[in-house]
Each structure stands twice: as C-alpha cells, then as structure tokens.
Design a protein around this ligand. Structure first.
Ligand code: PLP
Length: 416
C-alpha cells in the first residue's frame, strides 16, 4: 500500500463498514398485507386520540418509552430517527431536539444545577460558549474553559468540588484539536461529574460510549441530514438514570423536532456511508495537496501529523469526516485570504457543513478563545480558513483552490 492508499483507508474504513448498517437501521416498519413502502410516511400531528380516558392516562405515564402521547413529545418518525441514532452511537436512548445547539444546551440544563461548575474546552463551538456565558451564568453556573490538549494532571487541577459536567468537543471547532476522551471521562467520573461530548465531527467513526462518554451530542444538521436543508440535533445516553433526567428536561423545555426534519434526516442517513466514504477521501487528497503548497503553513486535519492530537485520532477513530482547517503563512494578511476566498467558484461561503456541497469559511478573527494573554491559543498562527469538501470531483476542487492560491499570492490579474 502506498502512503496515500493507507491514508485513504484510514479516513474512510469506518464509513465503508457502516454503509450496510445505515441502509438497514430502524427499518422495522409494520408489515402491510398489500406490501410495504421502503420508507416510512412522515405523519404530522399534535393531538393524539385515545379510545378511553383510562388509555389516555396510561399512555401519559410512558414518557420515557418513546410512546405516542402528544406531538410535543415526539411523533412516530421522530421515534424512528431516535432509534436509528441510538443504534449508530451504541446508546441506550436518544432524544431528538430542534437543533444541534439545542443538543448542547438541553443536556447542560439537565445535568447542571444552581452553584454548579462546568468545564468546557476552549475550542468549543462558539454558540455553546455563548450559551454558557449567558444562560448558565445567569442561573449561577460557573464555567472554566480548559485547553483542549490538557493533560490528566491539568484536568484534575481544574476540577472543583462542585464540578457537575465536563464537556468535550473533538476535534475542536475551527482549530481541530483531537481530545483524549477516555482520559477526560475517567477524571470526570473520579470526581462524580457527567462527561458530555459534542460528537458532531465523529459521528459513526468515533464510538462515544466505548470511550466512557455519558452523554453524546450531535448536530444532525450536518452529515446525517446531509443536504443543507434541515436544522436538527440529537442527544444520546448510555444510562437509564441519565435518560430520565435528559428526557424530563427535554419535555420541560418543549424540545422536539418537526416531522419533516426527522424524515429528511432519516433519509439522509441512508446514504451517509457512501457520501462520507467519498468525501473523506477527497478531503484527505485536498488536505495533502494543500500541505505541499508553499502558501500553506499548516493543515489542521486530524489524519495528518500537523494536526494537534493526531496520535489520539489514530488511536481512537475509525475514519474522518470532510471538514478541516488550513492555516496560511503569516506573510499573507487577512485581506489576501479574503480575496482568495471570494475568488473561489466551487466553494460556497457560509456557516455549517456536512452537506453535499463544498464550503469555505474564514476562521481568523471569527473565533473566541479564553486562554491567558501571551499564550498561544491554538494552532492558528496566520490567516486561516475552514474547508468542507463536498461531492464534487476532487480534481475540479483542486483546480479551483489552485487558482485561489494565485489570488492569495497576489498573482491574479484582474480585468485582464
Ligand atoms: C453545527 C454545530 C452545532 C450546532 O448545530 P445547529 O444544528 O446548526 O444548531 C453544534 N456543534 C457543532 C460541533 C457543530 O458543528
């Protein structure tokens, strides 16, 4: 095997093996005498009618069982999606919620209380940080931001008697540090805290519950929905007691997802293995091509040694997704990078990722970090951007990026 073949294998093996699972997950539809459609119907509804008051009362007590009680507690298509995600993540139960952000905020509200303390990595998704700094702070919960590559001694020192939750996100948003989840989970548990992981990047190629995670979070908006047409999230748990706490808080907050979004996500899941197998290989080809370019200082792709935590990725992950960062040489300024981004024809400029299309997002200036002044807050030493590689032909994407790098270097002749 050449080095490139070995890398292709390393970034896509998890997705290949998952293809079969994804096609057959949660397909146990009731058999029909006249035959069965491949896909479930998306049924909309608020009121659920029961034959008698006794039946209604009995069902009202089954809120932990994914039963049809009232539309705000989930419709059959939501429950089907929940069982698919639970199977995919190896969870006991999954709660589907209205967005990926709600998948972060709902368990934080479920497992943190007054005067509690929460540890969150400095590389966390920006809106999760904003939630901690506003809502959680207002309700008396303190947050400490820890360096994502913290070691065991550092993490033990950061724990307090009132630490209720240790949050992780691996790899980190925009800076892609791969975290040592097993170590973090062990220390959280030594101190009686719950371990939460935002597993959006690793869906399917990182098994959270095998690594000691208590609560696993996913923005289903990304690869599961997969077509940039839905906002939806999921929270999964390993333990029955955690399930009751999560389910109660979800209901108390009115957390639910619309049936059309559930249906689109379930449909997206069927092709996720094939999409990611192809997208992850294209992403590694493009990451390797970029890392050979003189304009590029560093490629932040967990499968490359230039990414912080690469060794942990090798140990813990069975694949990669198609989202990574690029840091340019410090001699280029942000304006040159902006001109490059604006010049790209095949990369859409926008937030989010995980759809079928390629995207680019500048990440310098747009991210917040809390590390002490004077210390390096991460691997971004020059202007940086984030690329999402879609299903376009990788050679076409490389040609587009190649023209873009000429613009970056000031070589483009405008109006010629
Ligand atoms: C996108 C994203 C979210 C939020 O998902 P939305 O559905 O857009 O609210 C949360 N965490 C991570 C890591 C994400 O990338």
């Amino acid at each position: 095997m050449t080095d490139r073949q070995a890398l292709h294998h390393a970034v896509s093996r998890g997705w290949r093996h998952m293809g079969t699972t994804l096609v057959h997950l949660a397909r146990d539809l009731p058999p029909a005498a006249e035959g069965t459609l491949v896909n479930p119907a998306s049924t909309r509804g608020s009121t659920v009618l029961f034959p008698t008051v006794a039946d209604m009362n009995r069902n009202g007590t089954r809120r932990y069982d994914h039963e049809l009680i009232y539309g705000a507690m989930g419709t059959p298509i939501q429950h089907q999606l929940e069982s698919a995600i639970a199977a995919l993540e190896g969870a006991r139960h999954t709660q589907v919620v209205s967005s990926g952000l709600a998948a972060c905020s709902t368990p934080l509200l479920a497992f943190l209380g007054k005067n509690g303390h929460c540890l969150i990595p400095d590389s966390v998704y920006g809106p999760t940080r904003r939630f901690a700094n506003t809502v959680l702070r207002r309700f008396g919960v303190e947050t400490t931001y820890y360096p994502p590559m913290i070691d065991a001694d550092g993490l033990r020192a950061a724990m307090r008697p009132n630490t209720q939750v240790v949050f992780a996100e691996s790899p980190g948003s925009h800076t892609f540090e791969v975290q040592d989840i097993r170590m973090i989970a062990d220390i959280a548990h030594e101190h009686g805290a719950r371990m939460m992981l935002d597993n959006t990047w690793g869906i399917g190629v990182f098994q959270p519950f095998d690594h000691g995670v208590d609560i696993s979070i996913q923005a289903l908006t990304k690869y599961p929905a997969g077509h940039s047409d839905s906002i939806i999230g999921a929270v999964s748990v390993a333990d029955e007691q955690d399930w009751q706490a999560l389910r109660d808080t979800s209901i108390q907050l009115g957390q639910v997802a619309g049936p059309d979004d559930c249906w689109l996500t379930l449909r997206g899941l069927r092709t996720m293995g094939a999409r990611l197998e192809r997208q992850s290989r294209a992403a590694i080809d493009i990451a390797l091509w970029l890392s050979d370019r003189p304009e590029v200082a560093r490629v932040l792709h967990p499968a490359l040694p230039s990414c912080p935590g690469h060794e942990i990725w090798r140990r813990d992950y069975t694949g990669a997704s198609a989202l990574f960062g690029v840091v340019f040489q410090p001699e280029y300024d942000a304006a040159a990078m902006t001109a490059m981004i604006d010049s790209l024809a095949l990369f859409g400029i926008g937030a989010s990722w995980g759809g079928y299309e390629s995207l680019v997002l500048p990440t310098t200036g747009g991210i917040t970090r809390s590390c002490p002044p004077g210390e390096e807050c991460g691997p971004q030493t020059g202007p940086a951007c984030r690329l999402h590689i879609g299903l376009e032909n990788p050679e076409d994407l490389i040609a587009d990026l190649s023209a873009g790098l000429e613009v970056l270097a000031g070589g483009a002749v405008y109006g010629a």
